[in-house]
Design a protein around this ligand. Structure first.
Ligand SMILES: [Zn+2]
Ligand SMILES: [Zn+2]
Length: 321
């Protein structure tokens, strides 16, 4: 099969070939139709997130059909958990000590076939074509978990308006929240895109929003955004850091944290997050804006993501519809 391979961190992805994988008991052989591109892929490429497998097929927002059937399934980042550690036993499998992640510890979706543990796959909601469904599987699921962690505050700031924020803003508006979007300075097109998706205000990350925020989610992997977001919060507010890797957070005065403000991270996802979000998304309905790439153009998609040239999500089209 054709596959995009990462030989080691720091190297570009290359077009290669691997044998079609053989599923073991409990695993599905999936003919990949589409795979969404995620910032975590960049962290894997750069070695900021350590993969346990090389050469590696990255990609963890897989939409495909079980080989030999028309049963459509989605494969997310969480690929396997132990089921017996203290985290797994307390409803926090996202924190499992021995978790294995798709496109990192298990070959992912930038290939014509993938195998996945059936227990961690989700049915894809009807009404979402493959390409539009792919970003739901990480941008959507992690965004959903991050939004839940903000509590129920009305005024929500989103720092970094990429794939996840473009989904979260739709969910937040549906819940009656007010959305304030922060982008790179001068990104007028990104700010316009955020307003189209329901943000009542959009500006540069360094700007103060017109009102204090009840919560903020930082999607961009930039530590300096954390004290900025904290400064924009009202008392009792929370900054949720949603990325898997971030540059260092600069020092800030305790006064900015005082007033029961908090900073927390969101790690991975549970299967429950997936079930919740994938049943919620079609009811809103969440609409994803996607830019598509051929399998051999996966590297270009990642470059475009890194450079901030995308609005919405990048999706690699592998086969089928
Ligand atoms: Zn575990
Ligand atoms: Zn992801």
């Amino acid at each position: 099969m054709r596959a995009m391979l990462l030989d080691e961190p720091g190297r570009p992805l290359r077009v290669g070939a691997l044998p079609v994988p053989a599923p073991r008991d409990g695993e599905l052989l999936i003919r990949v139709h589409a795979c969404g591109v995620c910032r975590t892929d960049l962290h894997v490429l750069d070695g900021e997130v350590r993969a346990s497998l090389h050469p590696l097929v990255p990609g963890h927002q897989i939409v495909g059909t079980v080989e030999g059937t028309d049963r459509r399934v989605g494969v997310p980042w969480l690929g396997w958990t132990c089921g017996e550690c203290r985290y797994c036993l307390s409803g926090r499998e996202n924190l499992c000590d021995r978790a294995r992640f798709t496109g990192c510890d298990i070959h992912g979706g930038y290939a014509e076939y993938a195998v996945a543990d059936e227990r961690y796959c989700f049915p894809i909601p009807d009404g979402y074509p493959d390409l539009q469904a792919a970003p739901l599987l990480c941008a959507g699921l992690i965004g959903h978990r991050a939004l839940r962690m903000t509590g129920d505050g009305e005024r929500l700031g989103l720092y970094g308006f990429g794939a996840a924020a473009h989904i979260v803003s739709q969910v937040a508006r549906h819940e009656g929240r007010r959305v304030f979007a922060f982008t790179r300075a001068g990104d007028a097109a990104g700010q316009r895109f955020a307003r189209e998706l329901g943000a009542e205000w959009a500006g540069a990350s360094e700007e103060r929003p017109p009102e204090q925020l009840d919560a903020a989610i930082v999607f961009a992997p930039l530590g300096p955004l954390v004290p900025l977001a904290l400064k924009a919060l009202s008392k009792g507010g929370t900054v949720v850091c949603a990325g898997i890797h971030m540059s260092d957070i600069p020092a800030f005065p305790y006064e900015d944290l005082w007033g029961e403000r908090s900073i927390r991270s969101v790690a991975n996802l549970t299967r429950r997050d997936g079930d919740e979000f994938l049943s919620l998304a079609p009811r809103i309905p969440v609409r994803t804006t996607v830019t598509t790439y051929a399998l051999e153009e996966t590297g270009t998609a990642l470059d475009d993501l890194r450079a901030g040239r995308l609005h919405g999500a990048a999706v690699v089209r592998v086969a089928g519809g």
